[in-house]
Each structure stands twice: as structure tokens, then as C-alpha cells.
Design a protein around this ligand. Structure first.
Ligand SMILES: [Ca+2]
Ligand SMILES: [Ca+2]
Ligand SMILES: [Ca+2]
Length: 228
């Protein structure tokens, strides 16, 4: 029941936005036709886990190509991979193709200076996203998920072979050696941000994880559902 109560304010906000007649939009509001800005929501970790919808996964039809990867959304010559390398390097880096920098992989505590040792991990893997909701999205919504630069928790620069050993596994099946609680918090934040569900096994793992971790604040901004 709690998760329905928690979801209610968002529904009310969406309904209210939709109910405003075009001529009545106050000055400074988002012009008609563009998506309304979503409010930042703040929950403690255990409440955030309860707010996740629980649903069986629907893996049928998954193909990695259904997610367009590494676009250059702002046209500055750096694609999404390069943008994450720029954002996460501990020393300033620049250029269309990043050739050196300093990256700390918090999954395993390793530091790298050659970007070829670094993968950009979708913390919630593409297939996991597909199975838990992205199957029903359109291509542009999937591209937005795959290239999300607006929330630094979606894409993480990590040691390449750690990313490869994680593969498509979810949080019930794989956790990093370091910073498990951070990983659990980010997993929940990304799932809430994109309106993704958790399967029962995953949800149980998250409940256990949240119980064993500090009940820290998890804040997130929901991406408007596709078609809005
Ligand atoms: Ca760019
Ligand atoms: Ca850039
Ligand atoms: Ca799952």
C-alpha cells in the first residue's frame, strides 16, 4: 500500500499539469508542447525501495540495438562515452576523443589513466531496463536512457573487465566488491527515475540491502514517461 501512497503526489502533479488550459500557463512556465519539468523527489533508501513497483520481467524481444548508444546530443563532438569520461576524470581532460585522464572505478577501487581500460557502465543494464519496462518505450525514450547525462548515477566509468563480468545481471545477482550500499542506492534511484519495475527476487535483495545499509536520502528526478 505504501508504494501507492508514495506515488500519488506525482500522479496529482501530472494530472494538474495536464489540466491547465493552454492560455492559462503562467509566465515563466514551460511553453505548451514541451514536457513539464519534473520535481526532485526525496525519499530515504528504505522508502525508496518500497516505492519501486514490483512486477515480473518481460524479456521477450530484447536486442541491444534497440538502444541507440553513444550519441552526441549537444553536438560538441564528444559522444556520451566521452562526456562521461570528461565528467568523471579527476584531472581536466578535453578534446573530441579522450586519450588520457584519471578515472577512479568505485566498483573495485582501481584507478586508470588510459581510457581503453575504462568502460561506461549502465548501472541498470540495458537488458535489465528492457525487461523491467523499457520494452514498452519508444526509440527516443530508450536513447535517452542509454545516453543519460542528466543524472550521473545512470552511467558510471568503471574498470572494463569489471563491467564485462557484471554483464546484464541485476542487483540480486551481482554487486560490486566495493561500495555495495552506494550501488544499491544508485540502482534504486535510476529505477525510480525511469519508472522501471523490480522483479520479486530483485526487490527482496533490495529490501535486504536497504536494511543492511544506512538509511540515506535517495533523491531523483523522474523522466517524463514516453508519449508525454
Ligand atoms: Ca556531446
Ligand atoms: Ca562535452
Ligand atoms: Ca531484475
Amino acid at each position: 500500500m505504501a508504494r501507492h501512497l508514495l506515488a500519488l503526489p506525482t500522479i496529482v502533479v501530472l494530472l494538474a499539469v495536464g489540466a491547465v488550459p493552454a492560455g492559462a500557463v503562467p509566465a515563466g512556465a514551460v511553453p505548451a508542447g514541451s514536457a513539464a519539468p519534473q520535481e526532485r523527489e526525496t525519499l530515504r533508501l528504505r522508502a525508496a525501495v518500497r516505492a519501486l513497483p514490483v512486477a515480473a520481467e518481460t524479456p521477450a524481444g530484447y536486442d541491444r540495438d534497440r538502444f541507440r548508444l553513444w550519441v552526441d546530443a549537444d553536438g560538441d563532438c564528444q559522444d556520451t562515452r566521452e562526456e562521461v569520461l570528461v565528467a568523471e576524470s579527476r584531472v581536466p581532460v578535453d578534446g573530441c576523443t579522450i586519450t588520457t585522464g584519471e578515472w577512479y572505478s568505485w566498483y573495485d577501487g582501481a584507478t586508470w589513466t588510459d581510457p581503453s581500460d575504462v568502460d561506461i557502465d549502465h548501472l541498470v543494464p540495458l537488458k535489465e531496463a528492457w525487461d523491467s519496462g523499457a520494452r514498452g518505450w519508444d526509440d527516443s525514450a530508450r536513447e535517452r536512457f542509454a545516453n543519460d547525462l542528466d543524472d550521473p548515477r545512470t552511467l558510471v566509468a568503471v574498470t572494463d573487465n569489471v563491467n564485462q563480468s557484471k554483464g546484464d545481471r541485476d542487483v540480486a545477482e551481482w554487486l560490486p566488491d566495493h561500495h555495495e550500499c552506494r550501488y544499491v542506492r544508485q540502482w534504486v534511484a535510476v529505477k525510480l527515475r525511469f519508472g522501471l519495475a523490480a522483479d520479486r527476487t530483485e526487490h527482496s535483495a533490495l529490501v535486504r540491502g536497504a536494511r543492511d545499509c544506512p538509511n540515506r536520502v535517495v533523491d531523483f528526478v523522474r523522466v517524463p514517461p514516453p508519449g508525454t
